[in-house]
Design a protein around this ligand. Structure first.
Ligand code: PMP
Length: 370
């Protein structure tokens, strides 16, 4: 499209035209037979994308923060102990959120660009009995990626429910929810899932649902209470009409299209494509003699890359020049730290988009230095 820039921030991202067409199609009733089929099919497709054949999927109007809130509201009771493994901005958010539900929160954090070591997490888990552990799979503020398989295993070893904040990872990074023993894997629509902002999505394990059903206190969040939503999800999957709160009909239609496309690509191929694009982009970063925020290549995400500005560059000026070259990239999310920019490379991006981004950055660098 003429005059249109390429959106290469870490979400929202570029969306497939088919998804946008579904979003713009005439709205149907939320109990129309075709919509019931769309909703039911989307729930089933989530199990494929999440790799959670026996998980309970939820599709609810809202953003990623609501998905975080749903896990907190439904799994925490006042006085429960929760461990927040924080690698940046969204870990801090989770700690605040869980305290609102009366959790006694312990937070283990890493310095910017570092992961929290698996040994360090194990030491904390050994010292006390926690009900819940949350971690950010890919921290969007830094591009640091934690190892979900190791954390899932720790959760099983110490009898702790594990919650993976996958807002910046689901459908881009490798996640095998059931095989890795992760209890809640949550995300939002606007990132690698490939649907404009508006949906909170999560899949809960049987163990998480059991913990929910065993609560001795009611969920204090009315809208988010799974007692309201579980019958709705079950009804749609059984292809029956139901109502608690009006679902975002057009968004769910768009979600079905996107999930079908993701499933058709295949999860293994999709993980490999994201890795390839991340490697291509990071090779370019090396060529520019810049450094990425994650301290170790093995801990850097495949869905986005955060890059420190070289000392001779005015960050804002540089970013504006990239935008003028047709590619929108993001600044840093952490304030008061050395300046950096972020490039999202997830979802519907293709090789041409990656090369266009590299070319725009190249061009901006030359302009800044001429
Ligand atoms: N967690 C992570 C890792 C995120 O990247 C974001 C959004 N950037 C959120 C949570 C919150 O999601 P939302 O902005 O959709 O509420």
């Amino acid at each position: 499209m003429k005059g249109r820039s390429l959106l290469m921030i870490p979400g929202p991202i570029e969306f497939e035209p088919e998804v946008l067409r579904a979003l713009g199609a005439p709205t149907t009733s939320h109990v129309a037979p075709n919509f019931i089929e769309t909703f039911g099919n989307s729930l089933e497709l989530m199990r494929t994308v999440w790799m959670a054949p026996t998980g309970q999927p939820f599709i609810i109007s809202g953003s990623g923060t609501l998905a975080m809130d749903l896990a907190g509201a439904n799994l925490i009771e006042p006085g429960d102990k929760a461990l927040v493994v924080s690698t940046g901005y969204f870990g801090e958010r989770y700690a605040n959120l869980l305290s609102r539900y009366g959790a006694q929160v312990t937070i283990v954090s890493a310095e910017m660009g570092h992961v929290v070591g698996i040994d360090e997490i194990e030491t904390v888990l050994k010292a006390d009995q926690y009900k819940l552990l949350t971690f950010t799979h890919v921290d969007t503020s830094t591009g640091v990626r934690m190892d979900p398989q190791a954390i899932g295993a720790l959760g099983k070893k110490y009898g702790v429910l594990t919650v993976l904040d996958g807002v910046c990872s689901v459908a881009g990074e490798e996640i095998r929810q059931e095989e890795w023993g992760l209890d809640v894997v949550l995300t939002a629509s606007q990132k690698a899932i490939g649907v404009p902002p508006g949906l909170a999505l999560l899949v809960a394990s049987q163990a998480a649902m059991k913990a929910f059903h065993s609560r001795s206190t009611p969920v204090s969040n009315y809208y988010g209470d799974w007692s309201n939503w579980l019958p709705i999800m079950e009804a749609y999957e059984a292809r029956k009409p139901s109502y608690f709160a009006t679902p975002p009909v057009n968004h769910v239609a768009a979600l079905e299209v996107s999930l079908e496309m993701i499933a058709a690509e295949g999860m293994e191929a999709r993980f490999a494509r994201h890795k390839e694009f991340a490697d291509t982009f990071r090779s370019a970063v090396k060529g520019w003699d810049m450094s990425i925020v994650p301290r170790e290549e093995s801990n850097s995400a495949n869905t986005l890359t955060a890059v420190y500005y070289p000392e001779d560059l005015d960050g804002n000026d540089f970013r504006m020049k990239v935008v003028k070259a047709g590619v929108i990239i993001a600044g840093g999310l952490l304030k008061g730290k050395p300046g950096y920019f972020r490039v999202g490379h997830m979802g519907a991006v293709n090789r041409n988009d990656i090369h266009a981004t590299i070319t725009a950055i190249d061009h901006a660098l030359k302009q800044c230095r001429s």
